[in-house]
Design a protein around this ligand. Structure first.
Ligand SMILES: Nc1ncnc2c1ncn2[C@@H]1O[C@H](COP(=O)(O)OP(=O)(O)OP(=O)(O)O)[C@@H](O)[C@H]1O
Ligand SMILES: [Mg+2]
Length: 351
């Protein structure tokens, strides 16, 4: 019997997202979902710069949503995580348990003493006496930095996941995972783009690109010589004051240009996947993340890559009580919700 799911807690550069689910006979039901904005320099390039502020906001978010569950599932992304699919001779789980540390040393570019290694057999019969194993290594120092902050907020981290796996979990909950074709799940956040290419029904390739929506905010701040917060506001609003002054048109023009940069990066990663995979044709892209809303991004990806882009909306299969949640408000949070929902599916003891 599975235990109660932990609270999914996605600590992003621009905001924290909280998702709490409960299993019911009709499927997972939403108990809580909310976001809390973080001041600009709370987290930068994946490093927590202002831990006390983050702790305060975590506590606020739990208190204002009256979430009493303290066990949380959190996640990492960016340079501190390495994910590699490796081919090994077929062996039992026990044999693999013994060998993995040694294998990891060959593939992980960090000192093995500094990382936690985890792995999963994703394709036990890859053919010719081989099997595919997904190897995950995360820097211990980064894990403890994150878990310390979480504990300081009186929460108990029971799962430490990876953003790109969390979006796969959210995807799996809502869409049939294609068994024959490859699809790319892409989360465009404020400072990181997570890519997870799913092929043969499992994660085949992941890549975190350390660039995102902040690039556009920086660019607007520079062009208009305004403070960062104001640039962020100009970017995410389409208020009439902006549209009348012609500022909106200029913001969109800059957005278009910055989107092209992000698409270059995405294309480069998918090209890399294509060059190394057997079944490399990507049949669809599922997009999420706040910066997926950026001017020109969706159309640009479709045009450049010639692949249909769909929204990775993680709420499709979740039971939502309309008396408890404002449908419009929830709808607005859809783009940023995938990681938190994916994490909220995790249970203590999961690997
Ligand atoms: N309507 C919009 N138009 C353009 N950009 C937007 C819009 N809404 C949100 N964004 C951008 O989306 C980003 C936030 O997305 P998200 O919450 O997914 O990132 P994050 O999880 O905080 O960051 P990361 O995962 O990179 O650490 C910000 O850069 C924000 O400016
Ligand atoms: Mg994020």
């Amino acid at each position: 019997m599975a235990g109660k799911p932990a609270v999914g807690l996605d600590i992003g550069t621009s905001s924290i997202k909280l998702a709490h689910l409960k299993e019911t006979s009709k499927g997972p039901q939403l108990l809580a979902f909310d976001t809390m904005v973080l001041p600009p320099d709370t987290i930068k390039d994946g490093v927590i710069l202002n831990a006390p502020e983050l702790v305060r906001r975590l506590q606020d978010l739990f208190a204002s949503n009256k979430v009493r569950e303290r066990r949380v599932a959190v996640s990492l992304s960016g340079h501190s995580v390495i994910i590699k699919k490796i081919a090994l001779p077929e062996m039992s789980q026990a044999e693999l348990d013994e060998q993995i540390q040694w294998e990891a040393e060959q593939y992980i570019p960090f000192d093995i003493k500094d990382v936690n290694v985890d792995y999963e057999i994703i394709n036990p019969r890859a053919g010719q006496g081989q099997m595919d194993v997904l190897l995950v290594a995360a820097k211990k120092a980064v894990i403890s930095e994150l878990t310390e902050v979480v504990r300081a907020a009186k929460l108990e981290p029971v799962v430490v996941d990876v953003d790109s796996f969390a979006i796969f979990n959210a995807f799996e909950l809502n869409f049939a995972v294609p068994q024959q074709e490859a699809v790319a799940l892409i989360n465009v956040g404020a400072s990181t783009i997570n890519i997870n290419v799913v092929a043969d029904g499992a994660t085949s390739f992941t890549r975190d690109i350390t660039v995102g929506g902040n690039l556009l905010t920086d660019e607007i701040a520079k062009q208009f010589a305004v403070p960062w917060e104001e640039a962020e506001h100009m970017k995410t609003t389409s208020e009439t004051t902006l549209s009348m002054s012609g500022v909106l048109r200029e913001v969109q023009r800059i957005g278009q240009r910055v989107s092209e940069n992000l698409i270059n990066e995405i294309q480069r990663s998918l090209d890399f996947f294509a060059a190394t995979a057997m079944n490399a044709d990507i049949s669809a892209i599922y997009l999420c993340g706040g910066a997926a809303l950026q001017t020109g991004l969706i159309e640009g990806i479709e045009r450049r890559l010639g692949v249909t882009v769909r929204a990775l909306n993680p709420f499709g299969s979740i039971v939502v009580d309309p008396k408890k949640f404002d449908a419009q408000l929830l709808q607005r949070m859809v783009p940023v919700s995938a990681v938190a929902i994916g994490l909220a599916r995790r249970q203590q003891g999961d690997r």
